[in-house]
Design a protein around this ligand. Structure first.
Ligand SMILES: [Zn+2]
Ligand SMILES: [Zn+2]
Length: 392
């Protein structure tokens, strides 16, 4: 059946290309994926599915019950949203929505998962299990995964496993890369208020200068990364904004700093607020002032399950030549709210190469995925479903 399926995927490549181009024309941002959801649902209906719309606001879910007996439930997820970017690709199927663009390649993810739904529907009678297709809105914000989970997407039936992929510049075109453990970063934000005592700019000894304290804090906070945490565990602490003072000759009362923390390892992430607080308290106390830290936990990092990821790697190796399936060279600290699915379901997130890193990358107005990867994505999901069901 494997050979038949691979042949069928090959024969239908043009169909996957069309899906991708149609979706590329109608990019919509977080929770505004109206046309996108309608397009997905219409295609699914055309192929015999009964999709549910409005899950997590604009999300779409569909199920395929195999005809070869009972088996496990496997979820396959694609993200749907585009970015507030003005497209500059010059493609014949470029964005028809001004100021909106599929610059992160989510059009290709949707085309791959839709393509998988199309292929597996043809082979339904041979499948021993249920496939749950999840089309998730608002990944970039990132609030869509949480919204879908709140709406019960992981119940009735609850998946026994979940998979998703992201197209990835920097890997050769069509290469599949996967690794156990953390593969993306958490996305936390914080605000710091450094308080002193304001006064005349010419009489600093009568004040507690929050500008000087805040300046020390900016530098000292980098030691949270360089001295308080293991350098082999990826971590970034960025101050993105500093606000304080209004006049050239006045020392203000307070200065506010805002920024973000990205960590690959959840354990590292969990200790950051305490470490920041320690540094901030120490530095400001040294000058007679104080600091308040408001730390907001965001999405966690994507942590791939070890045994499940190993299994998926084996599945892919059965369907692709050895050089096409590789270990992920390194994690990235970008955010990805697929992590929330992985907190509830065993699964993995893998990467599909789109070629040289020298060209425009993700989120760039000239970014476009090579269409050769579409059938690779479809084949990888079909491989995982087929092998997962065969093994259970
Ligand atoms: Zn993105
Ligand atoms: Zn993305």
């Amino acid at each position: 059946m494997k050979q038949e399926m691979i042949q069928f995927i090959r024969n239908n490549n043009q169909q996957f290309v069309q899906l991708r181009r149609d979706l590329h024309r109608i990019p919509e941002t977080a929770f505004a994926e109206i046309k996108t959801a309608a397009y997905i649902a219409a295609k699914l209906r055309e192929w015999g599915y009964t999709p549910q719309e409005g899950i997590g606001q604009t999300g779409v879910v569909a199920e395929l019950q195999g005809g070869a007996g009972d088996g496990p439930v496997l979820a396959v997820r694609a993200d749907m949203d585009a970015l507030a970017v003005t497209e500059q690709t010059g493609l014949s199927f470029a964005s028809e929505h001004p100021g909106r663009m599929h610059a992160c390649g989510h059009d290709s993810h949707m085309a791959m998962v839709l393509g998988t739904a199309f292929v597996l529907a043809q082979f339904r009678s041979h499948l021993a299990g249920t496939v749950k297709f999840i089309f998730q809105p608002s990944e970039e914000q990132p609030t869509g995964a949480g919204a879908m989970i709140d709406d019960g997407v992981l119940q009735n039936p609850a998946p026994d496993g979940i998979v998703a992929l992201h197209n990835w510049p920097g890997l050769p075109v069509g290469q599949l890369a996967l690794s156990a453990g953390p593969v993306t970063g958490s996305v936390d934000r914080f605000q710091i208020t450094v308080s002193g005592r304001g006064g005349h700019g010419a009489k600093p000894h009568e004040t507690v200068d929050p500008v000087v304290m805040a300046s020390h804090c900016v530098l000292a906070l980098q030691t949270v990364v360089s001295r308080l945490n293991n350098p082999l565990k990826p971590l970034v602490l960025t101050i993105g904004a500093i606000h304080g003072g209004e006049a050239f000759n006045v020392i203000p009362h307070e200065v506010r700093l805002t920024g973000t923390v990205r960590a690959a390892d959840p354990e590292v992430q969990s200790q950051i607020p305490a470490q920041m607080k320690q540094v901030l308290d120490g530095v400001t106390a040294a000058y007679g002032g104080s600091a308040q830290l408001d730390y907001e936990w965001g999405i966690p990092s994507v942590v791939n399950d070890g045994p499940f990821t190993e299994q998926v790697e084996q599945y892919l190796r059965r369907w692709f030549p050895p050089e096409q399936v590789v270990a992920l060279p390194e994690p990235s600290l970008v955010g990805e709210d697929y992590s929330l699915f992985l907190q509830n379901v065993t699964g993995t997130f893998f990467f599909l190469g789109t070629g040289d890193q020298g060209g425009p990358g993700l989120h760039h107005p000239q970014y476009s995925v090579p269409e050769d990867i579409l059938s690779v994505g479809v084949q990888s999901f079909c491989a995982i479903v087929w092998e997962f069901f065969s093994e259970k």
